[in-house]
Design a protein around this ligand. Structure first.
Ligand code: JFZ
Length: 427
């Protein structure tokens, strides 16, 4: 059993980071949601499953994969300008295609495509140069290409599959390649929980032995799933359901994986982009409950992050450039906020950050039930610290702050309350 301080040390950078980039990139970017002239419903990276594409047909995509516009430095620059502190990219998704140079199969981007380069190697170098941490998404359970991987019932007789052999003779050696050949790997993002607790434990022990610092996501499985911790199991943090933000504070490490539109892998006709304002307010909402946001981009078959994604990310980055102090290293405040309230609170010991989404029409911002939970000494605008704001207690313990007529930021104006005596936050 690990001591808490080891776990605390492992998670320290992750709790500071709060905001990361998810990247779903693979052969599925070529069909981009269309197969044999038909739009295939569902998320783009599931097209092989949703269209029941035979392995022999799907494999042909590899010969067409030449992402000549791929530029690892550009992707890292975009992540950095967006205010993201870590990147998690698909090394192998459920389709079984390996986006890295592996000795376990030739079904990989270096050996099977005209591109012939290892994008994960280039990305690891670019991340190291720019000070971003890099993690790999790895589908340890579903593998529609490998006969012993799970999920491909249209090509293989699943009664003949040897999953344990797949895990021990294929998955584990590939994880060893990823952990040994790409520099320090900050996160292994497992998915679709490992079928048995015993195999999940075997996988976790294997990763811990090879790379004790590597954080393991909750979908490794292997633990008791309870309503409040749906996907932590043997992981180092809870992985929430896709795009699922909990409705309350969770006193544990947890992360929301989120799409920018409605698909992880690129789909040519999914233009349903979330706005920068929505992303900022969801990031704030997540951090105010003690979590991290892992926000996805789905690059094209040419190797570019779609421009609408970049536009949203850069706008989010501009907000973070002015207000990042209230996000990075912040967590849940020691007070409850009404779920439909026009504000959220993030917290660092001695500092309460009030994120005001709906500016009060009467110039009086009411913070419900704050008495006895926070000890404000002063109030000011985060972006204009010299502007002190008068405040008073009112009613049953509400804090009422008099604010200027106009908000500084239409998405989220941050007010900072400096406390007299720092209290232990719940983060
Ligand atoms: C999984 C993948 O199937 C999907 O393609 C994508 O990579 C996503 C990030 O992860 O999808 C899931 C897995 C688990 C849940 C939801 C979607 N879940 O448990 O709620």
């Amino acid at each position: 059993m690990e001591t808490l301080h080891i776990q605390g040390d492992r998670m320290a950078w992750w709790r500071e980071a709060r905001f990361g980039m998810f990247i779903h990139w693979g052969l599925y970017a070529i069909p981009a949601g269309v197969w044999e002239g038909r739009c295939i419903p569902g998320i783009g990276e599931w097209i092989m499953y949703n269209a029941r594409i035979p392995v022999k047909e799907y494999e042909k995509l590899a010969k067409r994969f030449n992402p000549f516009k791929f530029d690892a430095k550009e992707w890292v620059r975009i992540a950095k300008m967006a205010g993201m502190k870590y990147i998690v990219i698909t090394a192998k998704h459920h389709d079984g295609f390996c986006m890295f140079d592996t000795d376990l199969t030739d079904y990989n981007i270096v050996k099977a495509t005209p591109f012939g380069r290892d994008p994960l190697k280039e990305l690891s170098e670019a991340c190291r140069e720019e000070g971003l941490r890099l993690g790999f998404y790895y589908s340890q359970t579903l593998d529609w290409h490998h006969p012993d991987g799970m999920g491909n019932f249209w090509d293989y007789d699943l009664s003949k599959q040897e999953f344990t052999r797949y895990l021990r003779e294929y998955v584990k050696p590939q994880l060893e390649e990823l952990l040994r050949n790409y520099g320090p790997i900050a996160i292994l993002w497992f998915d679709i929980t490992t079928p048995t607790p015993e195999l999940a434990r075997e996988l976790k022990d294997f990763v811990r032995r090879l790379s004790p610092e590597t954080i393991i996501s909750g979908r490794i499985g292997g633990g008791l799933r309870t309503p409040s911790t749906p996907f932590k199991g043997l992981g180092d943090y809870i992985t929430m359901g896709d795009n699922q933000i909990p409705d309350r504070r969770i006193d544990d490490d947890w992360e929301v994986p989120m799409t920018l539109n409605d698909t992880w892998g690129y789909k040519s006709y999914d233009h349903n982009w979330k706005t920068p304002g929505r992303i900022v307010q969801m990031l704030v909402d997540i951090v105010s409950k003690g979590g991290n946001l892992l926000l996805n981009v789905g690059p094209t078959a040419e190797g570019e992050i779609p421009k609408p994604s970049v536009d949203v990310l850069l706008e989010v980055g501009r907000w973070l450039k002015n207000n990042g102090e209230s996000i990075y290293g912040a967590g849940a405040a020691p007070l409850d906020v009404p779920i439909d309230g026009p504000y959220r609170c993030t917290y660092k010991p001695g500092m309460v950050y009030l994120h005001v989404f709906g500016w009060p029409w009467d110039g009086r911002l009411r913070v419900f039930g704050a008495k006895g939970r926070i000890e404000p000494r002063s109030a000011s605008l985060l972006r204009e610290p010299s502007t002190t704001l008068p405040w008073e207690w009112e009613g049953e313990g509400d804090l009422v702050i008099r604010v200027p007529e106009k908000a500084l930021d239409s998405i989220d104006t941050v007010i900072i309350l400096k406390e007299g005596m720092p209290k232990k936050g719940l983060a």
